[in-house]
Design a protein around this ligand. Structure first.
Ligand code: HEM
Length: 510
């Protein structure tokens, strides 16, 4: 019996290999033909020193432990070109900071790019939600969330008032020098829970009671693990551990508390108050607690850290550029004085405030680097060949990383002083305006196309409101004595899915 089965099994194995080989061969021929039709040429290669690109991985982990990961990526692009190819753990991967290519990824060839292993990498922490979903389920989540994030829902900015009052109260109690960064993370947790889930956790005033500290620590720990898993792409599963599992459990517990509290029978729900509450809509669509939890964690990740980083970097830059702070104070004084009854419309008319936020997000885009994976072979419009202008063929299944952090520092787009914080540049004629594609796709803190950030306007309103209220209330906000001032981009940074300030945002405030 065994004697007859064995040859059959060997034959089946050989046949399997041959079919796979033939399939790959056909695919390669089709890719080659597509490349020739488009005149594709290879992008410059980021050279590895050791087999399989092990040195690349070492470099990334070392730069990360030194809190200088973005500096390393910037260096790679400057050394190689704005679009590059690299061999990473034996697999080819691509990187780009070219506006025309980002237009293709986000918009024109949107259907050729998927999230790749993102869902699997983040699943233990995030579960299923808008960030990790694709296709019709993603569209459904987006449709449910869109009505919530329409600006008529927060036009008066009242949704931010309680949290900012709490923040001001806390700052007043300090001895004059304070690290604003952790407070901004609590502020955005409070506003996100208030706005999206109908009730604030008020972490600024009662952190222990709501388990905010446990949550924040667990959320940060879990995100750090997720970030490390991202770096290994398909080999993400190697990075797993008890600490990660425990952190995910704690994050889930916090989300479950939100579900229990906000969907309890005695809460004044959205329908009664006339407000659209996202959580209510999701709950009407599903009674599955795991699905609800996934959406909550995805949205907390979207709304909390991104805006907290924007606020932290804004004050980090303002106290290091007192002339910008003064100019901003002058604008606030003439637009609204000390009146705290602001509106979205009023904020939008404050052009210098908008420029300050824009310039902060240029230098420190909250999501500084991101990836997509091609679901089929596709063509990027530029970056290949000796002049780096030919189209580049990207085979199906390839990972492509893009770094808006690096793109936003390109002197050929922003001028020779691209590394300086100068909000005035947004009223000037920058080099990128010479080309319509660069002009439209050269500034992308919120990305673009069908998956553009849904909270863009909300985040800018929240940040604008917080900046104005703090400047109105505190006449003296400056760099404490002894605080380091370094060149922009040289300061130490912490990279998770967002980029935060390693040593915090300390200010002297009264
Ligand atoms: C300064 C603040 C913010 C920045 C820089 C930012 C940036 C981004 C970026 C770059 C993405 C695209 C991620 C990707 O496609 O991989 C994104 C997606 C998203 N953002 Fe934001 N975001 C901010 C604040 C917010 C806020 C406050 C909310 C909600 C309250 C929000 C909700 C979302 C959602 C729901 C998505 C997913 C969109 C989709 O996949 O269809 N964001 N954000």
């Amino acid at each position: 019996m065994a004697l007859t089965v064995l040859p059959l099994a060997v034959l089946a194995l050989i046949a399997g290999f041959m079919i796979q080989y033939l399939y790959r061969y056909r695919q390669q021929q089709a890719d080659k033909a597509l490349g020739e039709r488009h005149g594709c040429l290879p992008a410059p290669r980021l050279q590895n020193q050791r087999p399989f690109g092990i040195d690349r991985l070492e470099q990334i982990f070392r730069a990360d432990s030194e809190s200088r990961l973005m500096e390393l990526f910037l260096f790679h692009f400057r050394q190689t070109g704005n679009t590059l190819e690299q061999k990473f753990l034996g697999t080819k991967a691509y990187g780009t900071i070219e506006p025309a290519n980002l237009e293709a990824i986000f918009s024109t060839n949107f259907k050729d790019f998927g999230m790749g292993p993102r869902r699997a990498i983040t699943f233990p922490m995030f579960g299923d939600g808008i960030f990790t979903q694709e296709g019709p389920v993603w569209k459904h989540s987006r449709d449910m969330l869109r009505p919530q994030l329409q600006h008529k829902q927060y036009e008066s900015l009242e949704v931010f008032r309680t949290a900012v009052d709490d923040l001001i109260h806390l700052v007043q109690q300090s001895n004059g020098t304070i690290d604003l960064q952790p407070l901004f993370f609590r502020l955005t947790l409070d506003t996100t829970t208030a706005f999206l889930f109908g009730e604030s956790v008020r972490s600024l005033i009662i952190p222990e009671a709501v388990g905010e500290r446990t949550f924040a620590t667990a959320f940060n720990t879990a995100q750090q693990w997720v970030t490390k898993r991202f770096r290994l792409l398909d080999l993400y599963w190697i990075i797993n551990g008890n600490e990660f599992q425990q952190a995910c459990k704690d994050v889930h517990k916090f989300a479950d508390q939100i579900i229990d509290r906000n969907l309890s029978a005695n809460r004044d729900d959205g329908a009664q108050s006339g407000k659209y509450i996202f959580l209510d809509t999701v709950a009407q669509n599903t009674s599955d607690k795991t699905a609800l939890r996934g959406q909550i964690i995805n949205l907390l990740a979207a709304g909390r850290d991104t805006t907290a980083c924007l606020l932290s970097w804004t004050f980090f830059l303002l106290v290091r550029h007192p002339h910008v702070m003064d100019k901003l104070r002058t604008e606030i004084a003439s637009a609204c004085g000390v009146d705290s009854n602001l509106s979205r419309d009023k904020l939008r008319k404050m052009s210098y405030l908008q420029n300050v936020l824009k310039e902060t997000l240029r230098l420190y885009p909250s999501v500084p680097v991101n990836t997509r994976t091609t679901v089929r072979t596709t063509v990027l419009p530029t970056g290949g060949g000796p002049d780096r202008k030919s189209p580049v063929l990207i085979p199906g299944g390839s990972a492509i990383a893009f770094s808006v952090y690096s793109m936003h520092r390109r002197p050929d787009l922003y001028g020779m002083d691209a590394e300086l914080f100068r909000p005035e540049r947004w009223d000037e004629d920058m080099p990128m305006y010479q080309n319509p594609t660069n002009s439209k796709w050269g500034y992308l803190p919120f990305h673009g196309g069908p998956r553009i950030c849904l909270g863009m306007d909300f985040a800018l309103s929240e940040a604008g409101y917080t900046v104005v209220r703090l400047l109105q209330r505190f006449q003296n906000i400056k760099l404490p004595e002894g605080e380091t001032v370094e060149l922009i981009g040289v300061e130490k940074q912490v990279m998770t899915l967002v980029v935060a300030i390693k040593d915090g945002c300390k200010v002297e405030i009264s």
